[in-house]
Ligand binder design. Structure first.
Ligand SMILES: [Zn+2]
Length: 268
């Protein structure tokens, strides 16, 4: 059986961090936006310790996705940090040592895992989406957050997925009523910031039609401009057959551990 495990330690504008593991390999950390103390505390929820983390993948280097306090620990532990080549200068400025930086452009390869990457609009340098391919069991997991908009390249590559983790940032009515300054609302809603619940749902629906999703994990909910009840209602109304697959993540709490179970595919 395939043992593909994933959890979100927390997701939102105050910090993002997720963990992914294939079989007995080490955990891969996706983003490191919390303090060390908070990360370790949340990892204890699932009895995971830092010694079990082998690599870090960064979607981008905004402060809620990479906390520079990690630089020394990552260097001391020899943990490689995989980041898009466009983010390397920013990584150096944040204090990452080039010795542990592993820049990528289109893909990353681990021992049993091939990771395709999709570059997407978000502020100036953009952000990166990942598709984790575990060929032995034909398992595919797509991960994308902080998208300004959903590019066609994402819809073209996020196919045949078993699991999807995807941003669902704000409810437009709550956003407009938030009292936030216009420039901030424009940045969030103007195609270079975040996805509304409706934009996210439309993409998830499209992806689901070309996949066999066991889990849909919704990321980066705005604390001020979103509510899980609104998202639940949307799925109930528009994607009812997938309602039970949905996990809505929290800024302050670790998600449950999600597993994918698939039989290994015979080569003959
Ligand atoms: Zn973010």
């Amino acid at each position: 059986m395939s043992h593909f495990a994933f959890c979100v330690l927390g997701s939102g504008s105050s910090g993002n961090c997720s963990l992914l593991k294939i079989n007995e390999s080490k955990w891969i950390m996706i983003d490191a936006g919390f303090s060390m103390r908070q990360t370790k505390e949340r990892m204890r929820t699932h009895n995971i310790c830092m010694d079990e983390v082998g690599d870090v993948l960064l979607t981008h280097l905004d402060r809620d996705h990479f906390n520079p306090a990690w630089c020394r620990t990552l260097l001391n532990r020899g943990i490689f940090v995989h980041l898009h080549e466009r983010h390397v200068d920013r990584g150096i400025r944040a204090g990452l040592d080039p010795k542990i930086m592993r820049p990528f452009t289109t893909s990353i390869d681990f021992e049993h895992l091939h990771v395709e990457t999709v570059h997407m609009a978000h502020d100036v340098l953009g952000t990166v989406g990942f598709i984790f391919n575990y060929a032995q069991c034909q398992t595919r997991f797509g991960f994308a957050t902080d998208l300004g908009r959903v590019p066609q390249s994402l819809l073209d590559t996020f196919t045949s997925l078993d699991m999807l983790a995807f941003e669902s940032n704000y409810d437009p009515t709550m956003q407009r009523a938030s009292g936030r300054p216009d420039f901030l609302q424009d940045r969030i809603m103007g195609g270079g910031g975040h996805l509304s619940n409706e934009e996210s749902l439309a993409a998830v629906k499209h992806i689901a039609e070309n996949s066999n999703l066991q889990h849909i994990v919704l990321l980066h909910l705005s604390r001020q401009c979103n509510a899980s009840a609104i998202i639940r209602d949307l799925y109930q109304d528009h994607l009812a057959h997938l309602y039970d697959c949905v996990t809505i993540t929290d800024q302050d709490r670790c998600s449950r551990l999600l597993r994918l179970e698939k039989q290994p595919t015979s080569l003959f």
